[in-house]
Design a protein around this ligand. Structure first.
Ligand code: PNS
Length: 163
């Protein structure tokens, strides 16, 4: 067992939101190492490439020395094992998140009983926030300034400029 408390925060992060960054900050204050793990292939049509998402997360979390941004493929529990991590972090915003998160956590426990899922709450200011809604609001020309880190807003604007 690793002596350092390493926690993996997996997700799509397409794009990273202020809610994600809030959670990364909270985790970085509690655990020795936080690995933010961007899923490489989830079959969904993504707005940002995995490399872009990694760059945005690295820029937005650059003030957190114990947060590392990586990508992963395959089973999350296999990735966690390779990283010598026994903890998985997921955020729960509202009761509506719970069922999906419970299913995933219990499936991961079934696959790897010694890996625990830890749930944390982002700031209530972000409890309505999701990557999907950010993309929708941005796609319809709405203001996403308070919803995403500056690097994400900049890249979204670039995408609009290029389209
Ligand atoms: O941000 P998301 O899209 O809700 O994150 C979902 C994620 C990446 C955590 C989940 O899809 C995942 O862990 N995928 C890896 C494949 C896997 O391990 N599946 C079985 C566990 S349910």
């Amino acid at each position: 067992m690793s002596k350092r408390n390493t926690i993996i925060y997996p997700g799509s992060f397409d794009p990273p939101t202020n809610g994600h960054l809030d959670l990364i900050g909270r985790a970085a204050a509690l655990f020795d190492d936080v690995i933010v793990a961007v899923l490489k292939h989830d079959g969904k049509q993504a707005l940002f490439s995995v490399d872009e998402r990694i760059k945005m997360l690295r820029e937005a979390a650059s003030h957190l020395p114990n947060a590392r941004i990586e990508s992963f493929d395959g089973l999350l529990v296999d990735y966690a094992r390779k990283q010598d991590a026994r903890l998985i972090l997921r955020g729960i915003r509202a009761v509506s998140d719970y069922e999906y998160e419970l299913q995933m956590a219990l499936m991961n426990r079934k696959l790897s009983p010694n890996i625990e899922t830890v749930f944390m709450l982002p700031s209530e200011a972000y409890s309505y926030l999701s990557s999907r809604l950010v993309k929708e609001v941005w796609g319809l020309g709405g203001d996403i300034h308070d919803l995403v880190p500056e690097t994400v807003e900049r890249r979204l604007k670039q995408k609009r400029g290029n389209s």
